[in-house]
Design a protein around this ligand. Structure first.
Ligand code: SAH
Length: 213
């Protein structure tokens, strides 16, 4: 698995332009195979999102790395991860920041993610919550960085409001089938928005997301 993980970092990340050495090192350290269902262990380092149950997916490694790189973390930040899913992105964020709050709307996934994060040794730095992450997590705000792993129809206002000044929010914005990964920086003049790569995430379901039908 170590060799496969190394190949993933070189071929899927470095070769595609991920340059932040801290992000590359974090992706090299987190055992992705722990976060995919046992029957898919053989595909843990595939260049793809994989099903994790409940109709949800663990994101493609490149998208995890890209989101982390856009957040520009240094090591001490408090971060919000919206859409815990398997817990994998939260584990990578824990390698890069000081404290991670990860929120998931499906309780069964949140419980499983918490177990996996504990087993992988991230339990002390990652707090998994159950709820509608499109509303953020006001009791733990403000955040230096917010990562959203599900597609939103618009820039979620509540999340922007929970950023520190100069804090960064990375969120896929578009329709249910295709989105652009947006990087939003909180400034005194209002949101500075940068549209980056096309992507396809599962929908964010909630108050500032899509409806659940
Ligand atoms: N970061 C995850 C990716 C999971 S896919 C990983 O690394 O595995 C996105 C997740 O967002 C799904 O588990 C889905 O249930 C969750 N989700 C969708 N809408 C949500 C919302 N409003 N609040 C919290 N989680 C949400």
């Amino acid at each position: 698995m170590l060799a496969e993980r190394h190949a993933m970092v070189e071929r899927q990340l470095r070769a595609r332009g991920i340059v932040d050495e801290r992000v590359l090192a974090a992706m090299e350290r987190v055992p992705r195979e722990l976060f995919v269902p046992p029957e898919l262990h053989g595909r843990a380092y595939a260049d793809a999102a994989l099903p994790i149950g409940e109709g949800q997916t663990i994101s493609q490694p490149y998208m995890v790395a890209r989101i982390c790189e856009e957040l520009g973390l240094h090591g001490t930040e408090r971060v919000l991860d919206v859409g815990a899913g398997s817990g994998y992105q939260a584990a990578v964020l824990a390698e890069l920041a000081g404290e991670v709050h990860s929120i998931e709307r499906i309780a069964a996934l949140a419980d499983h993610a918490r177990e996996l994060l504990d087993a992988a040794g991230y339990g002390d730095r990652v707090h998994v919550h159950v709820g509608d992450g499109s509303r953020g997590l006001p009791e733990h705000a403000p955040f230096a960085a917010i990562a959203v792993a599900a597609a939103a129809p618009n820039l979620p206002e509540a999340l922007y409001e929970q950023l520190e000044m100069r804090g960064r929010l990375v969120v896929p914005v578009g329709n249910r089938w295709e989105q652009l990964l947006q990087v939003v920086v909180r400034t005194p003049e209002g949101p500075a928005v940068l549209r980056t790569v096309p992507c396809r995430f599962v929908p964010l379901i909630g108050a500032e997301g899509f409806d659940g039908r």
